[in-house]
Design a protein around this ligand. Sequence first.
Ligand code: PLP
Length: 222
Amino acid sequence: MSITENLKKIKSSIPKNVTLIAVSKTKPNSAILEAYNAGHRAFGENKIQEMAQKHEILPKDIEWHMIGHLQSNKVKYMAQFVHLIHGVDSFKKLAEINKQALKHKRIINCLLQLKIAKEDSKFGLSISDAEQILTSDKLTDLKNIKITGLMGMASFTSDKECIKNEFETLKSYFSKLTQYSSPVFTPTILSMGMSGDYQIAIEQGSTMVRVGSAIFGERNYT
Ligand SMILES: *Cc1c(COP(=O)(O)O)cnc(C)c1O
């Protein structure tokens, strides 16, 4: 099936209140343009420099989502245009994003990444780390960011019950953390679910799914 057909099929299978991010990492601009011409505007990348290169060439009304693990020293390359940064896992990174956003007179939206998978390879904050950030006095100084929700990744496993439990955990963290809502923390987005597990994620309350291979086909890493 073509990118256009895949997109159409996935969009028709998810509820209207769930935002679909088309994860285009490693894929050429021609693939992104096919999805763009089919009407899609929200794309996700996991490397800042790759995203910046694509942003420069592709139509300017694309919303770029940074979904990868964040390196503070590279935030400056996307601060001018990034729409949402999904993978923030420290106060220090929030402070760096704030600093770069201020330079461009922007407010940058971020999600806190929480660790829900048991695998050591997955990044993210614990619930108590997240509480510490959200209750920090210093958070109110960050006038150029908004934390608009949470992001998480389930374990890479075929065990559907395990995946369901992990998403359920993230949803419960989301509910728990809403008590810390403030001008800086306005939680509305729960970013969870990928090609293999987005249906389970939606059943557990996801409002944003990040789908790559089910739209663009398998990735070749060379
Ligand atoms: C690559 C990636 C995705 C998309 O993965 P698929 O399995 O291809 O849908 C989603 N989220 C993150 C954080 C990713 O790195």
